[in-house]
Design a protein around this ligand. Structure first.
Ligand code: SF4
Length: 260
C-alpha cells in the first residue's frame, strides 16, 4: 500500500476517535510505551507466517511517527540519535555505539548494550566477547564452507549507550532506545536476525523465557526470521562453557539459512 495513503487513512481514523489498531504480526516489545503481555512464540524448525509471534497492541502512534523504511537510512537514524539524552544511560556513557558492519548484510547480530571497550571505542563487540563473536562467526562459517567474515554481517545492540557497571538495561531504557534498533533492522532488512542473549530476545520477540529455552528455534520479527542464541559474554564465563557447542549449532543453522 502507498505509505502516504496509509498515513492519510490513519489520520482519518484518528480524527474519528479510533485509537486501537492492532498488528498481529509483531512482537509487543517493539511498541513504545505499551505494556508487554506474553507473546506466543513459534517453535517450528523454519518460520511460517501462521506460527509467528502475535501482537495485540495499538500501533497507531508508532505507525504515524515511524519513517517510511524506503526513505530511511542508517545515516539518517544516526543523525536522529544525535547526542541522545532520551534515557538515563546517557549520563555515564563515553560514546554512543550505533552499530557496525555491512549495511547490506544478510545477517544482523543484535546484542544487549555496549561494554567498557565498546564505550571507549564507539564500536560494538570489540572487547573479549566481541573477539569470541568474531571467532564464532568466522570459524563456524569456514567449517561449513561458507565464505563469511565478520565484516560481511552487521552488528548492533538494543541500547546504544553503556549501562553503568554493565548492568542489564532496564525496561524503560529498552523501550526508549529500541525504536532506533527497529529502524536499523527495517533499513537493512537482513535475511536473518540473531538475538544474542535474553535482552535482545525480549526486545525483538517480547519473550520472557531464558535463552536456554528459546535458543535453537526460529521466530519472526516483522517477518524476518530470528534465531536466539547465547550472548558471547555468557559463553566466556565458566558456567557458559558447556553452552558453546549449542551456540555453534545455532550459528550453523543461521548461516545455512542465509547462504544456502
Ligand atoms: S541508550 Fe539509546 S535512548 Fe538512551 S541515551 Fe543512549 S541512545 Fe539515547
Amino acid at each position: 500500500m502507498n505509505p502516504e495513503f496509509l498515513r492519510q487513512c490513519l489520520l482519518y481514523f484518528r480524527d474519528l476517535g479510533l485509537r486501537d489498531l492492532y498488528d498481529r504480526t509483531r512482537p509487543l516489545a517493539s511498541v513504545s510505551g505499551v505494556r508487554t503481555p506474553e507473546v506466543q512464540l513459534a517453535t517450528d524448525p523454519l518460520p511460517s507466517s501462521s506460527a509467528a509471534p502475535v501482537a495485540q497492541v495499538s500501533i497507531f502512534d508508532e505507525l504515524l511517527a515511524a519513517p517510511d523504511p524506503t526513505e530511511d537510512s542508517l545515516e539518517k537514524i544516526r543523525q536522529d540519535i544525535g547526542d541522545c539524552r532520551r534515557c538515563r544511560l546517557h549520563e555515564s556513557r563515553t560514546r554512543i555505539v550505533f552499530g557496525d558492519g555491512n549495511p547490506q548484510a544478510r545477517i544482523v547480530f543484535v546484542g544487549e548494550g555496549p561494554g567498557a571497550e565498546e564505550d571507549a571505542q564507539g564500536l560494538p563487540f570489540v572487547g573479549r566477547a566481541g573477539q569470541l563473536l568474531t571467532a564464532m562467526i568466522e570459524n563456524t562459517a569456514q567449517r561449513e564452507g561458507i565464505p563469511l567474515k565478520r565484516a560481511d554481517v552487521y552488528i548492533c545492540n538494543v541500547v546504544k549507550c553503556r549501562p553503568p557497571e554493565n548492568r542489564t538495561p532496564r525496561p524503560d531504557e529498552i523501550e526508549t532506545c529500541s525504536p532506533f534498533l527497529f529502524r536499523q533492522l527495517r533499513v537493512i532488512r537482513p535475511k536473518v536476525i540473531v538475538a544474542l542473549g535474553a535482552t535482545a530476545a525480549r526486545a525483538l520477540l517480547g519473550a520472557r523465557e531464558g535463552v536456554t529455552k528459546l535458543r535453537g528455534k526460529w521466530y519472526r520479527w516483522e517477518n524476518i526470521p530470528v534465531m536466539v542464541t547465547y550472548h558471547p559474554s555468557f559463553l566466556l564465563r565458566p558456567t557458559g562453557q558447556a553452552a558453546k557447542r549449542e551456540a555453534w549449532e545455532d550459528l550453523k543453522k543461521v548461516f545455512h539459512y542465509a547462504y544456502d
